[in-house]
Write a protein that binds this ligand. Structure first.
Ligand code: GLU
Length: 418
């Protein structure tokens, strides 16, 4: 396939898969199975508006591969969440769960909608309707949804409640629940926390002292804001953050708790005291040690990859770097820690939540965090060791995909699926 920024998200993920298939010397049978999805459900979701009218939106649930266990992955509400994007994200989940060794397959859901246009009551009605429509293919040992972009613990509570009306109360039907409904301590912070662990490992690898290292973070949602806070706590200098309204820059380091309270009060990080405004584009090109895209996909492309001045890119978002850009960054000696590794902390603690639910026990937060740290550091080290051992794996992404793909193939073969 010709490399270009015009590849669809699923073509882009399959481009990375193909590289891994070459490294792992996969059979044509295996390639055929793993480059497609197992099941794709598209549902019409009529949303009753507060004024009595009905708005029709479409939702998806895509199950990519279930060789290693029940399908697992989040649900996002976003105008770009079409079937192609949801497919790509479902396949990323297959590789992500395999890479961190949690016993799940990969899935993703989405509703193609701008949730900022809906009231809370409308969001609730939409979520409940969508839950009804996908309920026959999810289940605690079939497919377990979780939060993603623009969904959160409240969304999971509605799904849990709606599913329970039909099938009886089922705590482990979703992860990322509030603690009051069986959620895990530490789940909310888990993706951002995992990013900080791998950032630490990556900086050691490139010989930069994490203490005082400069970090620019695009995105200040769940992942970006937790990563900023935990990075600052760990001694990094967070010099820039942004959200949909724009970004802020403070070369001496942001006061992250102050930025968080400014964002809570005003609705945006923009205008936080003691900061200079910058655009989302400028943030990506700042002079810094670490760049962390933690918002949308495909933000680093052939047009700006050459201008990235960070030494390390931590992919907190899913699919933030297009394949062409990935090559440019590699040529420029930028170490890219790929999404399936960098942001796997979320699904790792989702797994812990599911385990706790199944055993009807609750671990304390310190326990959750130390288990998360062990898994994230181990996964990073495995990728790094693979990359240094095998010449064919030229980047950490190629190493991560090769490792993940080989694990999925092993499970699929053992089941007799391949
Ligand atoms: N949506 C998150 C992700 O992309 C978490 C998925 C989960 O916890 O199942 O990894």
């Amino acid at each position: 396939m010709e490399l270009s920024d015009d590849m669809t998200p699923f073509e882009a993920v399959n481009y990375f898969f193909d590289r891994a298939a070459n490294i792992d010397r996969l059979s044509d049978n295996a390639c055929g199975v793993l480059s497609g999805t197992y099941r794709e459900l598209r549902v019409q979701v009529p949303v009753r508006r507060d004024d009595g009218s009905v708005t029709v939106v479409y939702g998806y649930r895509v199950q990519h591969n279930g060789a290693r266990g029940p399908y697992k992955g989040g649900i996002r509400y976003h105008p770009t969440a079409d079937i192609e994007e949801v497919r790509a994200l479902a396949s990323l989940m297959t590789w992500k769960t395999a890479l961190v060794g949690v016993p799940f397959g990969g899935a993703k859901g989405g509703i193609q909608v701008d949730p900022s246009q809906l009231s809370k009551a409308e969001l609730e009605r939409m979520t409940r309707r969508y839950t009804d429509q996908i309920s026959h293919i999810i289940g605690p040992s079939r497919d377990i949804p979780a939060p993603d972009m623009n969904t959160n613990a409240q969304t999971m509570s509605w799904i849990l409640d709606q599913y329970g009306r039909k099938y009886g109360h089922t705590t482990s039907i979703v992860t990322g629940k509030p603690v009051a409904l069986g959620g895990s301590y530490g789940r909310d912070a888990a993706t951002g926390r995992g990013c900080v662990f791998v950032m630490d490992e990556a900086l050691q690898d490139v010989g930069i002292d994490p203490d005082g290292a400069t970090v620019a973070i695009q995105g200040f949602g769940n992942v970006g804001s937790w990563a900023a806070r935990l990075a600052a706590d760990a001694g990094y200098r967070v010099i820039a953050v942004s959200d949909v309204e724009g970004g802020i820059h403070a070369p001496g380091g942001l006061d992250v708790p102050a930025v968080m309270s400014h964002a809570r009060e005003s609705g945006s990080v923009v205008g936080a005291p003691g900061t200079e405004p910058i655009s989302n584009h400028e943030l990506l090109e700042l002079e810094c040690d670490v760049l962390m895209p933690a918002a949308l996909g495909e933000v680093i492309t052939s047009t700006n990859a050459d201008r990235v001045r960070a030494r390390v890119v931590i992919e907190a978002a899913n699919h933030p770097v297009t394949p062409v850009a990935d090559q440019i960054l590699a040529d420029n000696q930028v170490l890219v820690v790929p999404d399936i590794l960098a942001n796997a902390g979320g699904v790792t603690v989702s797994y812990f939540e599911w385990v706790q639910n199944n055993q009807e026990i609750a671990w304390d937060e310190a326990d959750v965090n130390s288990r998360l740290e062990n898994r994230m550091r181990k996964a990073y080290q495995e990728c790094r060791d693979f990359m240094t051992t095998y010449d064919e794996a030229r980047t950490m992404r190629e190493a991560a995909f090769a490792l993940a793909v080989s694990r999925v193939v092993e499970a699929a073969e053992l089941r007799g699926y391949l």
